[in-house]
Design a protein around this ligand. Structure first.
Ligand code: SAM
Ligand code: SF4
Length: 336
């Protein structure tokens, strides 16, 4: 089976799984300084429960799984989960998004367990600024982690950066230029209103169009077609080895290409990042429902996947009104 089609003829073959809502950083744009109260351990899906859901999803055509969080490397024995998912028939691509702080320690182990690739989030190459944005993170540790990940064969490394005006926008060219001498993919994610703090405002937010213009001052960008690119759009700078991606959640409705469902760490299926509609798989699993019922709920979440979100005009709004759309569940709890 190649993936179920939703009502809008999108093939849904990608599941993002948040394995924890805990994090060892407190990024300005994602968490309040005191952090978000984490769920109790018993509220979080066990590895067995996650594997069961992915197995049933694979039967419906899920081919690609990404582990995320919170910070996935803070959950104990993540390599066990990786090796269990890797054994599931039908799963062709298994990746993980991390802040990289613990990557040096786990890269080799995760690669041996079957992880295909990692995305590493870095918002500045200035150690002092990095520490400020993450409220305490060590850039040096992340860079050592990236180098271990490369050695372990987790390539190409995808670097995620969230450009924020007045915070790190002066580094956009430096990030883009990384692709000249490495095969890294550098992906710029539009700064989205997140559910847990009032940090977002329209003056801090930079559109993809503006970013592209800035980057094109160093060389022309040519579109690159990637297999299964989903909502990202890829380009290459003339003469570069790596590619540059833009994830334009707000300005360029990426909904038409959306091929994913999200599973939160407490077992809710979310058909759309920006919709509060959730289907409670954990309750079904813990009340002893058979696989056929879990399958029905997975199909249902595909059926009710909305055509799009309604926040594309958000840039026209100011802080509090804009925040209304996404403020109920923070990104670290949904799994960004
Ligand atoms: N902790 C891991 C990390 O930081 O890579 C995984 C979880 S994090 C929620 C996943 C991605 O979401 C990161 O690349 C992060 O930069 C991004 N993110 C978090 N809050 C965001 C926001 N408000 N706007 C845009 N991207 C955001
Ligand atoms: Fe943690 Fe990732 Fe959110 Fe930063 S972006 S606070 S690392 S979950």
């Amino acid at each position: 089976m190649t993936g179920l089609k939703d009502t809008f003829f999108r093939v849904i073959d990608y599941l993002r799984v948040s394995v924890t809502d805990r994090c060892n950083l407190r990024c300005l744009y994602c968490m309040p300084p005191e952090g978000v109260v984490p769920s109790e351990h018993k509220e979080i899906l066990s590895y067995e429960e996650i594997v069961r859901i992915i197995e049933i999803g694979a039967g419906l055509g899920v081919r690609k799984v990404r582990l995320t969080g919170g910070e996935p490397l803070t959950r104990k024995n993540i390599s066990f989960l990786i090796s269990s998912i890797k054994k599931i028939r039908g799963i062709e691509d298994l990746s993980l998004t991390t802040n990289g702080i613990l990557l040096e320690k786990y890269a080799a182990e995760m690669a041996s367990a079957g992880l295909d690739r990692v995305n590493v989030s870095i918002d500045s190459f200035d150690p002092v600024r990095y520490e400020k944005i993450t409220r305490g993170g060590s850039l040096e540790a992340v860079l050592r982690g990236i180098s271990e990940a490369e050695k372990a064969g987790l390539r190409p490394i995808k670097i995620n950066m969230v450009p924020i005006r007045g915070v790190n926008d002066d580094e956009v060219i430096e990030f883009a230029s990384l692709t000249f001498n490495s095969d890294h993919h550098v992906r710029f994610i539009e700064f989205m209103p997140s559910g847990n703090n009032d940090y977002w405002s329209s003056d801090k937010y930079i559109t993809t169009d503006e970013l592209k213009k800035t980057i094109e001052t160093i060389a022309p960008l040519t579109p690159v077609h990637m297999r299964k690119e989903g909502p990202s759009r890829y380009f290459r700078l003339k003469g570069a080895r790596g590619v540059i991606g833009f994830i334009s959640a707000l300005t360029h409705h990426f909904c038409k290409e959306c091929n994913r469902l999200r599973l939160t760490s407490d077992g809710k299926l979310r058909p759309c990042l920006f919709s509060e509609t959730e289907i409670d798989l954990k309750a079904a699993i813990r009340s002893g429902e058979p696989d056929s019922e879990i399958e029905r709920l997975l199909r249902l979440s595909i059926e009710i996947k909305p055509e799009g979100h309604n926040i594309s005009n958000i840039a026209a709004l100011k802080g509090p009104e804009a925040l209304g759309t996404g403020r109920r569940r923070p990104m670290s709890k949904i799994g960004g």
